[in-house]
Write a protein that binds this ligand. Structure first.
Ligand SMILES: O=C(O)c1cccc(C(=O)CC[C@H]2O[C@@H](n3cnc4c(=O)[nH]cnc43)[C@H](O)[C@@H]2O)c1
Ligand SMILES: [Zn+2]
Length: 356
């Protein structure tokens, strides 16, 4: 398993490729709000709330963020969710996440937020929406990074959480301007996707895109369920799709992108080793693969490292990496002008790099 000591930079990618990736304009489509809290923010919040079991020492967090399995990961994740108690915590977290993305040349990110987890812990819903929107606008003005939201249902919390998430996402008085999509996260085992159909139907009717997690910890049938019952336009992870050639052909034919997060899959032990990751099977089948970081500090990674990992697994040079970055732009929910702008930036960076 990848340890935090060697994570954050794939040692097998060349120094040059790392430098190319670091400067490459990128879009991130699968990254969680709370799961992006930096060790500094987590330890600051933990110090403010001494009743929490989360370590206050940033150094100790690497151990705390070493997971025995997916269920353990969710336990730890929720202990960090418990640290976010006020609208100011939400604003600060969102703004700092945007700063970390901007440092990696991320021009556009769809950030998955679980509003149910905050409102059920007593944060006022209007203050919550104001906090994320305030941070989004500040981040765009100060860093130039465009943020958009995906509100996800924490499936294991039951239909009550689905109802609350659908309400927050579709009520015109609450729904934030930056909201573009509707998701479903958390464990998959014992949480069948079809039960969430009415909530996805409402979100889709309200103009939101459908982007559930599926096939991360269960088989390809869950991905089929996400497609057939939830109207999925992209799939979060979709790792087990590799076991079903008919599914791979369907994803490829319909340009349904997979949001691949290689290091996450190792850290949660959904996949045993990076070399066993099915990313190559996806590209071989013609599936639109996008590269993402999921919960970067918790997995000791960042988006740049995920691109370096993908480059190694797919044996890509700079042009191949640039094509992966363009896949994310294509699969994003940006408008055509926004897509064209970032794609042109990717081309400009690549041409300038290769002409050195
Ligand atoms: O907030 C609660 O009170 C609560 C109660 C019961 C269950 C839950 C959850 O299951 C929350 C899970 C939460 O995890 C997020 N997440 C982050 N990374 C991943 C991932 O790789 N795969 C699936 N889910 C992930 C997700 O956003 C969920 O909201 C909460
Ligand atoms: Zn995720």
């Amino acid at each position: 398993m990848t340890t935090h000591a060697d994570a954050g930079r794939d040692p097998r990618a060349s120094h040059d490729l790392h430098a190319f990736i670091a400067g490459l304009p990128k879009a991130e489509l699968h990254v969680h709000h709370v799961g992006s809290a930096s060790p500094r923010i987590v330890s600051e919040l933990a110090a403010r709330h001494p009743d929490s079991k989360v370590p206050t020492d940033p150094e100790a967090l690497a151990d705390y963020f070493t997971f025995t399995d997916f269920a353990h990961f969710i336990d730890v994740y929720l202990s960090v969710v418990d640290l976010i108690r006020t609208p100011e915590d939400v604003r600060l977290l969102t703004y700092e996440v945007a700063r970390d993305l901007a440092r990696q040349q991320v021009r556009y990110a769809e950030l998955t937020i679980t509003p149910f987890s905050s409102t059920r812990r007593g944060i006022d819903e209007v203050a919550f929406m104001d906090a994320i929107e305030d941070a989004r606008k500040a981040a765009e003005a100060e860093f130039g990074t465009v943020l958009r939201w995906c509100f996800d249902i924490p499936g294991e919390a039951g239909l009550e959480s689905a109802e609350e998430t659908a309400r927050l996402a579709t009520d015109d008085r609450l729904r934030p301007e930056g909201l573009v999509s509707f998701g479903l996260g958390g464990p998959e085992i014992g949480v069948p996707r079809p039960q969430f159909k009415p909530y996805f139907d409402r979100a889709i009717a309200a103009g939101l895109h459908s982007v559930p997690h599926a096939g991360e910890t269960t088989g390809p049938e869950t991905v089929w369920d996400a497609l057939n019952h939830l109207g999925a336009e992209r799939i979060g992870h979709g790792t087990s799709s590799a076991k079903d050639p008919r599914l791979l052909a369907h994803l490829a034919e319909h340009r349904i992108a997979l949001e691949v997060c290689p290091t996450s899959n190792i850290a949660t032990r959904a996949v045993r080793t990076l070399d066993e990751h099915p990313i190559k099977e996806f590209t071989r089948a013609g599936v639109l693969v996008t590269i993402n970081s999921d919960d970067p500090p918790m997995f000791g990674t960042d988006l740049n490292n995920e691109y370096a990992v993908a480059a190694r697994l797919l044996d890509l040079d700079e042009r191949g990496v640039a094509d992966l970055a363009k896949n994310a732009v294509e699969a994003s929910f940006l408008d055509a002008a926004g897509k064209a702008r970032i794609a042109a930036e990717i081309d400009a960076h690549t041409s300038a790099w290769l002409a050195r």
